[in-house]
Design a protein around this ligand. Sequence first.
Ligand SMILES: [Zn+2]
Ligand SMILES: [Zn+2]
Length: 310
Amino acid sequence: MRADLHVHSNASDGTDPPAEVMRRAAQAGLDVVALTDHDTVAGHAQARQALPGSLTLVPGMELSCRIDQPQQGVPPGGSSPRGQPQRGVPGGSSPRGQHSVHLLAYLFDPGHPELAAETRRIRDDRVLRARAMVDRLIDLGVPISWDDVAAVAGPAVVGRPHIARAMAASGAIASPDQAFTRDWIADGGRAYVGRYALDPVRAIALVRSAGGVAVLAHPRADRALLISDAQIADLATAGLDGVEVFHPDQPEAEQASLLGLTRDLGLIATGGSDDHGSLTGHRIGSHVAAPGAYESLVARATGAEPVQSS
Ligand SMILES: [Zn+2]
Ligand SMILES: [Zn+2]
């Protein structure tokens, strides 16, 4: 059983339509694939329709969250009350002591009113924020327009990767990854604008109330945004079901350490490629969940069922 539980389509910031993602998943020899676009379920219908006979689809989503990060001089817990949505400082850089966190949600009821409302709010705010970043880039002399970025995004909700691709196409930078520096649109960068995101404790509660399973995505993928064992234990107390252990950006030593932690905390050890089509080098099927993880997810979920082609 090979289950890649983390892939994107052009319903968010991947480059391939959901049907093509399903085709590639089958071609990679996967038994199970989870479509986990950022803050949207818009790709699920097409993925279902295009599902090859050999493949099981887990409808999912990757929720944008923000966590308080204790730092020197900042009291643990920061200044935002737990359970409240948090917003980046308007017109400013990422607030000190807060880091972006991704939560993978699986097999939830997509019609759950509160979860649907929150994801809509995240998507709406993403557009406002993207427009604000484009305005700042223009002020900084980058020769792009909102129309350029919208054309790159196509049907997707506009995000930083689309802006990065438009910047590269304009010649302002040599390749999209160069946009993710402090000079441009990395967290805290000159043209960065913070946005609405969920407290992970609240996001976990929402996913679970929608009958879904909540898994912390790639907690050790970015050295600047490491989520500690203690923070993961806190999230487990708040109802977290699992941790994404196997991920291409997580060093093997971190994967081993996280695997031990999931065993200690009784959490499901998932994994996935985080494939974004041609946007990144991550390749579908490169990383998969631990044996038994898929079955555990299905056993816990009450909001939706895995999909097989009819
Ligand atoms: Zn992520
Ligand atoms: Zn992802």
